[in-house]
Design a protein around this ligand. Structure first.
Ligand SMILES: [Zn+2]
Length: 462
């Protein structure tokens, strides 16, 4: 209830005489009054032909928004910050490929960050490749939007983990400035390599066997054998090293007004054995550290490996969920739409994420209208899951927006939702903007908006 009070006080300060009635309301402030006053103000923004977007931006910037539960650490840092870090390292930018170069090799292409900044055309070009900046506002050479989004991670990948303590602090400060009190960020893989445990012949054989296994039981049998080889001192050391790295970088992040927690993940474009190494080590890290609150699976869902191995990945989660029932997992699922993949690939991803992998949260869930058992699935989601809604990235990557977005279905069915950024560095957005988009597109009531805020601060993994 205190949030209503904060909003009311902020709005009085900001809107002065237009908000005289509210100032009277504050004299005998009760939570119900605060809610009514804020809701009334919110409704007033929609009076007239079109909503006052500037006012909505202001409203949502000031509104306490709880948590941002879906974003990737490396995609949250701005390209400009990554350039600062490249500069600090004394590294170079390859102006021919726009990649990072640690040691200068090609004198024609490798330039300092300073030289890049002094060449406006080159600098602007880099920003379009290291983020989605300027993608839609003028004609220029560009990859398809989904490639543009996912390729960014490859450009800044070499420097993204170099100053993680500073990066986490930047995210914290940014969150506090827009009244966000909880961040759950997908940090990185644990780092264990399957090649340290299996030679190339065995790896090839296991990958093939895993892909050929057609039932949960046969997958379990293989995973059990693989886990027996993996679990031991060396594997435990990788997990502990990751936990220590998180603890070190996390120092000073939690405070009286802010909390950050982490997810680790596997990449769904990796070979099966590596996916399992990442997931198993992730589960162990989550089991051993309270800072790591969940395990996920990332990378483009329309990648050919990701599509071919989708059910296998869900079975890996099933195996691990049964083995470690107290470990949480939120899964990217249904980040697809018609035309992007073959029709059959649109029919079961959310369903398998729920029924096989037992995911407690679903990231995106955009292909819902095309899922084969969508109505039954909605009933299940309503009772047992939370959907992470990412309006900007869905519009950019999938081209799904406005009334085509399944938000309308989830909302009308009463499926619990949270609003998230995915990812503010690449998309150059913030959580306030996501709420603004939500409000302008769908005009949910203030009560409904608050539900999303509360959802983002509840234990969404329960
Ligand atoms: Zn994501």
């Amino acid at each position: 209830m205190k949030y209503d009070k904060i909003v009311v006080v902020m709005l009085i300060v900001l809107f002065g005489s237009t908000f005289v009635i509210s100032s009277h309301a504050t004299t005998s402030m009760k939570s119900g009054d605060n809610f009514q006053v804020t809701a009334k103000f919110y409704d007033s923004i929609f009076e007239g032909d079109k909503p006052n977007i500037a006012k909505l931006n202001l409203f949502f910037t000031q509104m306490p928004k709880g948590g941002d539960l879906h974003h990737h650490y490396t995609g949250t840092i701005y390209a400009e910050t990554y350039l600062d870090w490249v500069n600090q390292k004394g590294w170079y930018i390859d102006k021919c490929t726009f990649g990072i170069v640690k040691k200068r090799k090609n004198k024609r292409c490798d330039i300092t960050v300073q030289a890049l900044l002094e060449d406006d055309a080159l600098y602007r070009k880099l920003l379009t490749l290291w983020s989605d900046k300027d993608y839609g506002n003028h004609f220029h050479d560009q990859p398809p939007p989904d490639s543009n989004f996912f390729n960014t991670f490859g450009y800044f990948g070499d420097v993204s983990d170099e100053y993680m303590d500073i990066g986490l602090n930047i995210i914290k400060q940014r969150a506090l400035k827009e009244n966000v009190v909880y961040i759950e960020t997908m940090l990185s893989r644990i780092g264990a390599k399957s090649s340290d445990y299996f030679d190339s012949v065995k790896t090839k054989q296991l990958n093939q066997l895993l892909r050929e296994a057609k039932s949960q039981q046969s997958v379990n049998k293989l995973l059990e054998q693989i886990a027996t080889v993996l679990i031991g001192e060396r594997f435990g050391a990788s997990v502990n090293e990751f936990i220590s790295m998180v603890e070190k970088n996390h120092r000073g992040i939690d405070s009286h007004n802010f909390v950050m927690r982490y997810q680790t993940y596997a990449s769904r474009t990796s070979e099966p054995i590596q996916v399992f190494v990442d997931l198993l080590s992730g589960y162990l890290a989550a089991k051993n550290s309270p800072l790591i609150v969940g395990v996920n699976i990332v990378a483009p869902e329309n990648n050919f490996v990701a599509l071919a191995d989708y059910t296998l990945h869900m079975r890996m989660f099933n195996y691990l969920s049964n083995k470690y029932p107290n470990i949480n997992h939120s899964l990217h699922a249904g980040e697809l739409t018609l035309g992007m993949v073959r029709p059959k690939d649109l029919t079961f991803h959310i369903e398998e994420a729920r029924y096989i992998a037992q995911a407690q949260r679903i990231g995106h869930g955009v292909d819902l209208p095309y899922e084969q058992h969508s109505v039954e699935l909605l009933e299940d989601l309503k009772e047992n899951a939370v959907i992470e809604i990412n309006l900007t990235s869905n519009e950019f990557i999938l081209g799904v927006k406005n009334n085509e977005h399944p938000y309308l279905i989830y909302s009308s069915y009463g499926v619990p939702l949270v609003i998230s950024t995915d990812d503010s560095g690449v998309s150059r957005n913030n959580l306030s903007r996501e709420y603004m988009l939500l409000a302008t597109r769908y005009k949910p009531s203030y009560k409904r908006i608050k539900e999303y805020v509360y959802n983002s601060m509840c234990d969404t993994f329960s």
